[in-house]
Design a protein around this ligand. Structure first.
Ligand code: PMP
Length: 461
């Protein structure tokens, strides 16, 4: 078979056998799939040899680009020792070293706060890190003799993953509503979505009114609420919705006031995306539990951690017969290959001064956002560091969104693809989230392709 036939055969096999995530397969099978074979730096190559700029970091995971020498070597070296052994009843070297590094990192990020995070619980993807956090919080209160805390609180527009616990605390209707009857009790608080404020108010005059609403819920139900889970600074999958300054700090204060654990879901925001190692650092909000995944291995391998405070950990200690054990764990928990990749990734942050070097690129992004807000069908632009969203609207004056059937976000993405850029929108929101290591030149290429995609798809000038 020639290359073309071979590729067409692969396409056929893909259509025949793969059920793609978050994908309407009826549409997928009518299109030509892009099949990736190779990656280098911030680019990915398809089977026909066409290169695309990886504008969403391979779903928000990639930090240093593809085929990063140091991470490749760390994985290969680990492979020479052992690929996997379990953390149930055994330990392994990279998992131990990584746990220490993560705790030292959290400690310095949170300025050596006395109630900082001190224990690492491993799992293998963002959703499981959230499940762990929820179960940990729930069981913690039981051990403290508090039997009433059987519910959670979270935000409208929240996204914490796709397992049922994570969906229970989710708030994105199109993803989550279908599962309503399966979900546990969660109090939903208003999303700090200033552009479409649920109360029709404006920041800063509103004095962050949505925090008052959150407090109302806490005041009324704190006896029931084990924990409040939040994506700090930016609700990512809900539409890159950034919270106003002071909101996160306010959340931390309210959780403390009402004896509710604060779970920070830093799965999307962690590892430098917001311009600091963790988003919580921006407002000095030290969470009781923190979930990390995605960028932890530089985008190489599935790995996640749930960090907890000493106070939480201690509540689980006792004789075995007391059944205070945290009965949770996965087959690939603490996988040595993934931990080796994560160690290399953390070394790279130091060696390459990734976060310091990001600041100039964040400014380029911000300037570009200021420019595109002038386009006819751009209703709102927002960013938390290097995570940005451009919300497209049919009518700017009335903020009327494009009808879902118009697939405007997707149309923009397809136009950008013509210019060699791969992006994946969230409905009408164009997501910009390239690898942190992207060069200024490639960042500009990405932004120009998106701008021209918006102009062409919306007909805006
Ligand atoms: N939490 C947040 C904030 C996320 O953005 C995501 C993934 N987009 C998850 C949890 C779930 O992670 P995973 O897809 O690895 O299960």
């Amino acid at each position: 078979m020639g290359i073309i036939e071979d590729n067409e055969h692969l396409e056929e096999l893909d259509r025949k056998y793969i059920w793609h995530p978050f994908t309407q397969m009826k549409e997928w099978v009518e299109e030509k799939p892009i099949i990736i074979t190779e990656g280098r730096d911030c680019f990915i190559k398809d089977v026909y040899g066409k290169w695309y700029l990886d504008g969403v970091s391979s779903l928000w995971v990639n930090i240093f680009g593809h085929k990063k020498k140091e991470i490749d070597e760390a994985i290969k070296a680990q492979l020479d020792s052992i690929a996997h052994s379990t953390l149930l009843g055994l330990s392994n070297v990279p998992a131990i070293r990584l746990a220490e590094k993560l705790i030292l990192l959290a400690d310095s990020s949170f300025m050596h706060h006395p109630a900082s995070l001190s224990k690492v619980f491993y799992s293998d993807n963002g959703s499981t890190a959230v499940e762990v956090a929820l179960k940990m919080a729930f069981q913690y209160w039981k051990h403290k003799g508090n039997e009433g805390k059987n519910a959670f609180a979270s935000l409208n527009n929240a996204y914490h993953g796709d397992t049922i616990g994570a969906v229970s605390v989710g708030g994105v209707d199109i993803f989550h509503n279908a599962f309503g009857p399966l979900l546990f009790k969660t109090y939903k608080a208003p999303s700090p979505y200033c552009y479409r404020c649920e109360f029709g108010k404006e920041y800063p005059d509103c004095k962050i009114f949505c925090l008052e609403k959150l407090e109302e819920i806490f005041r009324e139900h704190s006896r029931e609420i084990a924990a409040f889970i939040i994506e700090p600074l930016i609700q990512a999958a809900g539409g890159m919705i950034t919270s106003p300054p002071g909101y996160l700090k306010g959340v931390r204060a309210l959780c403390s006031k009402y004896d509710i654990l604060m779970i920070a879901d830093e799965i999307a925001t962690g590892f430098g995306r917001t311009g600091k190692m963790f988003a919580c650092e921006h407002e000095e909000a030290v969470p009781d539990i923190m979930c990390l995944s995605k960028g932890i291995t530089g985008g190489y391998m599935p790995l996640a951690v749930t960090l907890a405070t000493e106070e939480i950990y201690n509540a689980f200690l006792g004789e075995f017969k007391d059944l205070k054990t945290f009965f949770h764990g996965h087959s690939y928990t603490g996988n040595p290959l993934a931990c080796a990749a994560a160690l290399a990734c953390l070394d790279l942050f130091e060696k390459e001064k990734t976060i310091e070097n990001l600041q100039g690129k964040i400014n380029i992004l911000k300037d570009w956002l200021k420019d595109v807000i002038g386009l006819d069908h751009v209703g709102n632009v927002r960013n938390a560091g290097f995570m940005a969203g451009v919300e497209l609207v049919k009518d700017r004056r009335t903020k009327t969104p494009y009808d879902r059937a118009e697939k405007m976000g997707r149309r923009v993405a397809l136009r950008a693809r013509d210019s060699g850029v791969f992006i994946r929108p969230l409905g009408n929101v164009i997501v910009i989230m390239p690898p942190l290591s992207i060069s200024e030149q490639n960042l500009i290429k990405l932004l120009e392709a998106i701008k021209s995609g918006i102009i062409k798809a919306t007909g805006a000038a």
